[in-house]
Design a binder for this molecule. Structure first.
Ligand code: ATP
Length: 249
């Protein structure tokens, strides 16, 4: 079996007396979408924040591409290629889609000397940025300000930014939230195609998307993984059905 890209072992995080993460171990392997599902308050976002570096665990370890990153902050993990969830609020709304991705490319290249040049005609910035927009299906919308993009297109733009930053794994926290049926279908298609280049840990309540996409599903309840398996295994698990899936299975 391929070495995991991300390997989480025995992670614990408490808020006062509440065990939000209670001994979680899971991994993410090359080429896969691993979905993390569970009821509201199960600890999914808390887990994602510990993986991205936004929250420090009380105990346990997180390895990324063979390196222990448990003590690294968000920026250091992002530099290694751990693509955190980019929230729409982090987009520069007045800037075009292209310029938003170029800012990411520029940050990655650390090229402050470009101050003196016209960045919009700098091919070392525009080419990788256009390539990332192309990957997410936004090439035709490159010149459109982020403020004029639809909700779904902004999600696509966030993913383009993560790709432009050289992400080697993506952490996506409820990407389908707020999307209409059409948008969800388009984003499902995009994530399906992306898994080959970057594995995805997907927190999602939209079960149609999860069942369509996941290679593996882990179910989190009260901070613990109560089941982990293929879509068929999870759909057929009576405990999961009664605890979470109910009629959705
Ligand atoms: N900063 C915090 N301080 C105190 N309690 C917190 C904090 N963050 C999360 N919690 C609590 O930890 C538990 C897990 O919350 P979390 O947001 O991780 O759940 P979730 O599975 O992502 O839920 P949802 O599906 O509703 O987004 C909840 O009981 C929540 O109230």
């Amino acid at each position: 079996m391929a070495e995991p890209v991300l390997d989480i072992r025995d992670l614990y995080k408490s808020f006062g007396g509440l065990k939000a993460t209670d001994g979680v171990s899971l991994d993410l392997r090359p080429g896969e979408i691993h979905a993390l599902i569970g009821p509201n308050g199960a600890g999914k976002t808390t887990l994602i924040h510990q993986i991205s570096g936004a929250l420090r665990p009380n105990a346990g370890s997180i390895r990324f591409l063979g390196q222990d990153v448990t003590g690294l902050d968000v920026a250091a993990r992002a530099r290694l290629g751990l693509g955190r969830t980019f929230q729409i609020s982090s987009l520069a709304m007045d800037f075009s889609a292209l310029r938003n991705v170029m800012l990411a490319v520029q940050g990655r290249q650390g090229a402050s000397f470009r101050f003196f040049r016209n960045v919009m005609s700098d091919a070392t910035l525009t080419e990788p940025a256009m390539a990332a927009l192309g990957r997410v299906g936004l090439a035709g919308r490159a010149a459109v300000p982020a403020s004029e993009l639809s909700h779904g297109e902004r999600r696509q733009l966030e993913i383009a930014i993560a790709l432009a930053l050289g992400s080697k794994a993506l952490l996506l926290d409820e990407p389908m939230a707020g999307m209409g049926q059409e948008g969800s279908r388009a984003l499902t298609g995009l994530l399906d195609a992306l898994r080959a280049e970057t594995p995805i840990l997907l927190v999602e309540h939209d079960m149609d998307a999860v069942f369509a996409l996941a290679d593996r599903i882990s179910v989190l309840v009260y901070g613990r993984i109560v089941a982990s398996g293929t879509v068929a295994e999870i759909r057929g698990n009576p405990d999961v059905r009664s605890a979470y899936l109910g009629e959705r299975a």
